[in-house]
Write a protein of this length. Structure first.
Lengths: 536, 276
């Protein structure tokens, strides 16, 4: 390994290493993994509820995906981009009314009980469908789960449901929790939500608030020789600047989810013993979106929305806000999606003169002070980048005579202001694309969503043609036809601009070179890490 | 020797005055030297200082001119500092005078309220106030005044207690002036000098509090503030430390200037009182 490391370091210094590591075939990394060791990594948030079956979000997955497993995981080389986990195979019926899962043999829960199809049925019907943030939409027509034997689960749908959607939803939405633990008492109050019990390669050890989470090895794990690590420690480091120093001081061996600020990556990539990896997050693409409140009469005018789209220099945003670690967006599906993306949509080139002309045409002339009208702009506070883009957007709008007044809120106040009170004109949001537009993307533009649902269309936008298209796609069973409908969906969204997609980004991991098998699937940071190992 | 000359003789006072004068000049000339929006993108991002003479202090992460931001930030700091101190002094001397002059139950109630405010750390109070009401310049001023009016109130009350026993107050009573008129037209002006002596400390504390609030993202996001600049620079502290250091130095010099000048004034008035 040492000879390989040195030659690689010499060859691929600095940012070139990033590109190379993304292009390098998986086999290039394969070698005999070592057993044992403790992996210490940075965690920047401390989710209260660790049950991934209820809260399907990356913050929860980051920790609990090692404990609670899903039916299938995303994969670079597997069929349909999936690799088996608790399910070995899945098959959809031609009429779209049922999906049959064959489950893995010999899997045990961490408390020794056997894992059976009853656990899958319970999780699907009692948790994913009624309680899970994403499952509520995807599994809304799930009527029953039949269990002909202990290793077969048949999902029965009341209405035809595209198998493609169910398949794409498996990695994020199908965390299976034990029935014998959750059938007692109220699911939301179950103590296992804070100390999860699963089938995964690691067991929940302990949680010290403000300090760490500790996961320990599951000796009865179904994977042969896995897991390799003895322990995983999530060191709570809420301050983003401290993760880089902790890596350099060898206090932690891994900082995932861009815990190291983008501005520090160039410097840290030159530190011997550390590697910067931009792979392993393809399944977790975040989209930088300008959310628009169509209740404002100026913004209800398509010309004004087009003008705003023309006023944003997407290349500048990618280069300065994201320091190149992002891609410009063309529409509501990110470019890196292998199934649905189409580039054949209306484009809005950066053109201030054209933007000004469009606003003049719309009848909003510049006043004597050079301003046309004033808007409230609410950048989401979750990421440095969304806040910075807010600062940029204010300047971009000033250039076309729109006076944007920034309103800063904390997370809770921002969600309330935008998604419940609608007290915004423009907002900057980071929705996540989860491998299928029906999971969390169409909801951003669809009408008729009650107020208070976060990360949904709360801008009062209503377009019957688009609603009809979304409805049709949701019941189209043929994958090719369904994909075509979503291509049409991208065109219509880009043409009518219910929101403006600016950029797409994902995360960066920084790790010590001793950490092996990093980034070997598209959702690596939130996968089970059974094959992750440490060289001594 | 005239008070002004005596004032300028003390080296601290002179240094303080010079610093303050420079700050005020910066604040006043901001719009003349850097017209337009100081937050406009002016050049390539993260340009280090002293590389391009049209952008002497370089640019921040979005390519905004750091020097322009520094000048406009002086305005925010000074405006908030002065407004908050003025508000704190006004509230404080009003409450103190009322309590001291009325005595009895009114005094008790007002002083217990003052105690209550004093037991809450003033920064915490400002933090809570701004997060509830929402950040804007006026709210920040009010939040800072809310935590700092208690000092002036106590000093004013103590002064009023001694003044209200003087002959001219008794005289005013005899000629039938309304008690409130006596309190605010006769007593308050005489009680003011020691209260005003606190102003420099309050201004300095207000400037620091404003910077701290902005640093935590609770300043007015539509204005450049030094605290906000330091916070912005913090994300790139290792690669572009100047983004935090430059406004940090400006902040330190300002507070130092205000404090030194205030000390000078107190010293001058003290010697004058001593001489007379």
């Amino acid at each position: 390994m040492s000879g390989f490391t040195i030659s690689r370091r010499k060859l691929l210094a600095g940012s070139a290493m990033l590109l190379a590591s993304a292009a390098m075939p998986i086999s290039g990394w394969t070698q005999t993994p070592k057993k044992g060791g403790r992996l210490v990594l940075a965690a920047d948030s401390e989710p209260r509820n660790l049950n991934p079956a209820i809260v399907a979000s990356n913050g929860v997955f980051f920790i609990s995906s090692k404990i609670v497993e899903t039916l299938a995981e995303a994969s670079y080389e597997g069929k349909d981009g999936l690799a088996p986990r608790l399910a070995l195979s899945w098959e959809g019926a031609a009429d779209g009314l049922s999906v049959t899962f064959k489950l893995r043999v010999g899997v045990k829960w961490h408390d020794g009980q056997p894992f059976t199809s009853a656990d899958v049925a319970f999780s699907a019907l009692q948790i994913w469908k009624p309680l899970q943030n994403l499952g509520r939409t995807v599994f809304k027509d799930l009527a029953a789960v039949e269990t002909p034997d202990s290793l077969t689960a048949v999902f029965k749908f009341a209405k035809p449901t595209p198998f493609q959607l169910i398949r794409n939803a498996l990695p994020a939405l199908s965390s299976v929790v034990p029935k014998h633990i959750y059938e007692i008492g109220k699911i939301e109050d179950n103590p296992a939500n804070n100390a999860p019990i699963g089938t995964g390669p690691f067991k929940f050890g302990e949680y010290k608030p403000g300090q760490y989470y500790r996961l320990t090895k599951n000796n009865d794990y179904w994977g042969k020789d896995e897991p390799y690590l003895d322990e995983i420690i999530y060191q709570v480091l809420p301050d983003r600047t401290s993760a880089a120093s902790a890596l350099e001081a060898e206090e932690i061996q891994l900082a995932a989810f861009s815990a190291v600020p983008l501005a520090d990556l160039d410097r840290i990539s030159k530190v011997p013993g550390l590697k910067v990896i931009s792979k392993g997050y393809e399944g977790l693409t975040y989209q930088l979106v300008v959310e628009i409140n169509h209740r404002r009469k100026e913004l209800a005018d398509l010309k004004v929305r087009q003008a705003i789209a023309h006023a944003i220099d997407k290349d500048f945003v990618v280069k300065t806000v994201f320091l190149g670690y992002a891609a410009t967006a063309t529409g509501p599906v990110p470019k890196n999606d292998p199934q649905f993306y189409t580039a054949d949509v209306p484009n809005y080139a950066f053109d201030v003169a054209k933007a000004n002309a469009l606003l003049d045409e719309a009848g909003y002339k510049k006043g004597p002070d050079g301003k046309r009208f004033t808007l409230r702009l609410l950048p989401a506070p979750y990421f440095n980048e969304t806040k910075q883009f807010g600062d940029y957007l204010r300047q971009a709008l000033a250039a076309i005579g729109i006076d944007a007044q920034l309103v800063n809120n904390d997370s809770a106040a921002h969600i309330k202001a935008v998604y419940t009170d609608h007290a915004f004109d423009l907002a900057v949001g980071p929705p996540v694309f989860r491998g299928d537009p029906a999971i969390s993307t169409t909801i951003l533009v669809q009408s008729g969503i009650p107020s208070g649902v976060p990360f949904s269309n709360q801008g009062g936008y209503k377009n019957d043609a688009l609603d009809a298209l979304i409805a049709k796609a949701s019941e189209t069973l043929d994958s090719a036809a369904r994909t075509d409908l979503y291509k049409e969906f991208q065109k219509q969204v880009a043409a009518d601009l219910p929101l403006i997609n600016v950029a797409e980004w994902s995360f960066i991991s920084v790790a010590r070179e001793t950490v092996g098998n990093i980034a070997n699937n598209p959702r690596w940071a939130v996968s089970n890490w059974a094959d992750t190992y440490l060289e001594s | 020797m005239s008070p002004l000359r005596r004032f300028l003789r003390t080296p601290e006072a002179l240094a303080g005055t010079l610093l303050l004068a420079a700050l005020i000049a910066m604040a006043l000339s901001a719009s003349l030297i850097f017209p337009g929006d100081p937050q406009a993108i002016a050049g390539p991002p993260l340009l280090p200082p002293f590389h391009d003479w049209s952008l002497p202090l370089g640019t921040d992460r979005l390519g905004r001119n750091v020097l322009a931001e520094l000048f406009h930030g002086a305005r925010a700091s000074l405006a908030v500092g002065l407004a908050a101190a003025a508000a704190a002094l006004a509230i404080g001397s009003f409450v103190g005078t009322l309590a001291g002059f009325a005595g009895g139950l009114v005094d008790e109630v007002l002083m217990r309220i003052t105690d209550a405010f004093q037991t809450v750390p003033s920064f915490l109070l400002a933090l809570a106030f701004v997060s509830v009401v929402g950040p804007s310049l006026g709210v920040v001023v009010a939040a800072i005044a809310l935590g700092t009016w208690t000092g002036p109130a106590r000093v004013a009350r103590a002064e009023v207690l001694s003044i209200r026993e003087r002959d001219f107050v008794a005289g005013a009573r005899v000629i039938g002036m309304h008690p409130l008129e006596i309190a605010f037209r006769e007593v308050l002006p005489n009680a003011l000098p020691p209260v005003l002596a606190m102003s420099s400390v309050i201004v300095a504390a207000a400037i620091l509090t404003e910077a701290a609030l902005s640093f935590l993202g609770l300043g007015d996001p539509n204005r450049v503030t030094w605290g906000g600049m330091i916070a912005e620079g913090r994300a790139v502290l290792r690669t572009a430390p100047f983004l935090s250091i430059v406004p940090g130095i400006a902040l330190m010099l300002t507070v130092l200037g205000v404090y030194l000048a205030g000390e000078g004034i107190v010293e001058t008035t003290a010697t004058r009182r001593g001489l007379s």
